[in-house]
Design a protein around this ligand. Sequence first.
Ligand SMILES: Nc1ncnc2c1ncn2[C@@H]1O[C@H](COP(=O)(O)OP(=O)(O)O)[C@@H](O)[C@H]1O
Ligand SMILES: N[C@@H](CCOP(=O)(O)O)C(=O)O
Length: 334
Amino acid sequence: MSVYTQLTEQEFRDFLSLYDEGELVNWQGIEAGIENTNYFVNTRHPAKGDQQFVLTIFEYLPKEKLPFFIRFMELLAKSGLPVPAPVHGRDDLSLKELKGKPCMLQPRLDGNHIEADDLTVEQCRLIGDSLARVHVAGQKASFTQDNFRGMDWIGMQVSRLSTLLPEDERKLQAEQWQAITAEFNDETDLPRGLIHADLFVDNVLFHKGKVSGIIDFFQSCEDWLLYDVAVTVNDWCLKSGSLELAPQRTEALLQAYAAVRPFTDEEHRLWPLIHRLACLRFWISRAITYTYPDHVLDSSDPHDDSVLRHFKDPAKFRDMLRLRTANSSSLVLP
Ligand SMILES: Nc1ncnc2c1ncn2[C@@H]1O[C@H](COP(=O)(O)OP(=O)(O)O)[C@@H](O)[C@H]1O
Ligand SMILES: N[C@@H](CCOP(=O)(O)O)C(=O)O
């Protein structure tokens, strides 16, 4: 469970007084998530009735990065996607502060998470369609933000980790980074746009056979659209208990995506390699969170047992990187 910032009842009440969303009924810390503190917060309003929200407190993201996420979420919600547009306070602003940390209130969307192993081919199809719609809607944006975990960041982490990793892992990262930077650079002719950048299964809710919630936009940014597709496929389309891609799931996701936004020739060519970029990125971010937590959680002491958190296994993406490299000829876009 990841609840880094604990709040008292009075602090919840004071916070809610900044909004016209009613009085506090109750709250509960949310177990999922590793980077931010999240609470379910229920209120009762004399006219609006019972309401359900999610309060997100940003533990390490700098305040200046947040307006982009808010604008992107608002744009997607306005485009008809099931994205929780942040709630505006009495001052008409959605970005607030609690205990010196930026925070915001979002509507709690209906639906449930599905365990990756239980996903159906239909759910993979639905998320392929939704992802393409996110990308198409993002093309309308007049605002942007760089990927703070993009190529520059990955390059920096590869050098930082080189003195800390075992020799075989250091060698693997160095070789992969060389292959990746040879193709992915300023001359790369891949379509770019606003991407979610973390569309893992646990960032989507399903309700009544539909995608009812796309959440956690706090890695979103401008980058290669195909990178977002690779990140998504690598979490949604695995065979049960394996890191191999399940052909039916993969095909369903990619075909549904391509029906909304067809892939370009350059995207077809670079599909096998962009998988390796996606794997390397999450291997590194997990290694940093898991093995070297000080590097990530600048604003809280990683050895402080009073905070509740959970970690994700970096080795999964190291092994997936090896597998995608070995099987690269089987990675084909429709
Ligand atoms: N708007 C929302 N509606 C419903 N549930 C939400 C919403 N936002 C977050 N959650 C719940 O909170 C959990 C953690 O949120 P998330 O944004 O993924 O946190 P983190 O950024 O720390 O990973 C999600 O897995 C989901 O269960
Ligand atoms: N999906 C990432 C973790 C990103 O962190 P989150 O707290 O924003 O979900 C992974 O699985 O490594």
